[in-house]
Design a protein around this ligand. Structure first.
Ligand code: SF4
Length: 356
């Protein structure tokens, strides 16, 4: 039986970070402020463990936000120390941290190893020097190369976080960023479209008309290309788009930009739409089309408000499109039946023929 994965999130807000990236107001994004202490970590773990089943589970403690390894060593130690009894009891299996690429060195690595941290995610954002400079990131692309290499040498699972649509960025630069990262062979990735958040420098740029965020459609298009590139190279993309907090959902934090609470679904649906177009590209006269799909993929295939189906129907002038759910079909693949023709394709096959 597959084990269920649970995450205990601990938000380490702006604490320790000497930088001021133009898109960041860490306290606002995480929805929590203030300093986190060992005691808070312990309390949060106890609270979560009460709701997590004891059998067949993988429990991960994730220190999100901030720049974990930029915190003074004794404070990192205090936070990690608080998790150790739970690791020893087997109640928690993994610790994950996220940090800046220029805050990784052998001293930090030795500490993370000693406290059984397994996953380190790096806020890369871009590998383009100009985008990094305009965003006031304060690190270089070389810092990313060095930190990924060092973390891999010590056997960590390495994650990279990429942000698209920052000032000075372009689709070409985002693609180049991902191609450079693929060369470093990280294990996992996250893709975030840049958003204008309250109380950030980017908010000022936006109100002065000096920054124009991407539209949602443009963000979906670029995220789709990056997702395909990562997955084609066997790098799992574990998230696309910002995790919606209560404040974000209530519209209190995002001033402008391509926020959508189901960003990944929009992106995957868009891949299905392209795949349908590709599979039917040489067909001109289809009266009736049947599409078979695994029930777990049905929403991705249909798209929001069934717009994938409506789009293919209109574009190819098809009279009837029937979608049939088939548990026998592998996930992320579809079968098309029309005019006595049967064709199938998976997203994996499709992405392998795409040139990006
Ligand atoms: S390094 Fe991270 S926490 Fe610090 S300002 Fe930049 S994005 Fe925010």
């Amino acid at each position: 039986m597959n084990k269920r994965h649970y995450i205990i999130p601990i938000f380490v807000s702006h604490r320790g970070c000497p930088h001021d990236c133009i898109f960041c107001n860490q306290k606002k994004i995480t929805g929590q402020g203030g300093d986190v202490r060992g005691e808070d970590v312990k309390n949060k773990i106890e609270e979560y463990l009460q709701t997590i089943p004891k059998e067949n589970v993988i429990v991960e403690l994730a220190f999100y936000g901030g720049s974990f390894t930029a915190i003074p060593m004794d404070q990192q130690q205090e936070l990690l120390e608080a998790v150790q009894p739970y690791i020893a009891q087997g109640a928690i299996q993994h610790i994950r941290i996220s940090t800046r690429p220029d805050c990784i060195d052998t001293e930090v690595i030795e500490l993370l190893k000693a406290y059984k941290v397994q996953i380190v995610e790096l806020g890369v954002q871009s590998m383009d020097e100009e985008v990094l400079r305009i965003s006031n990131r304060g690190h270089s692309d070389q810092d990313v190369r060095n930190s990924v290499a060092l973390l891999k040498q010590y056997g960590f699972t390495v994650g990279v976080q990429v942000m698209v649509g920052l000032p000075g960025d372009s689709e070409q630069k985002s693609i180049a960023t991902v191609k450079s990262l693929i060369e470093l062979m990280p294990d996992i990735a996250r893709i975030y479209p840049a958003l204008v958040i309250t109380n950030t420098y980017m908010e000022q740029l936006y109100y002065r008309d000096e920054y124009k965020p991407m539209s949602l459609d443009a963000a979906v298009e670029i995220c789709k290309k990056l997702l395909i590139l990562f997955e084609k190279n066997h790098i799992e993309v574990i998230r696309i788009g910002l995790q919606p907090t209560e404040n974000i959902l209530e519209g209190k934090e995002v001033v402008a930009g391509p926020f959508h609470s189901s960003m990944r679904q929009l992106v995957v649906s868009s891949i299905y739409r392209d795949m349908l177009e590709y599979m039917l590209k040489d067909e001109e006269e289809i009266k009736q089309l049947e599409i078979l799909v695994n029930p777990r993929d049905i929403s991705d295939l249909l798209g929001q408000k069934r717009n994938n189906i409506e789009a293919i129907k209109t574009h190819k002038k098809i009279e009837t499109v029937t979608v049939i759910q088939s548990k026998d079909l592998a996930m992320q693949s579809i079968v098309l039946k029309y005019s006595e023709i049967v064709r199938n394709m998976s997203i994996k096959d499709f992405r392998n023929i795409l040139e990006i």
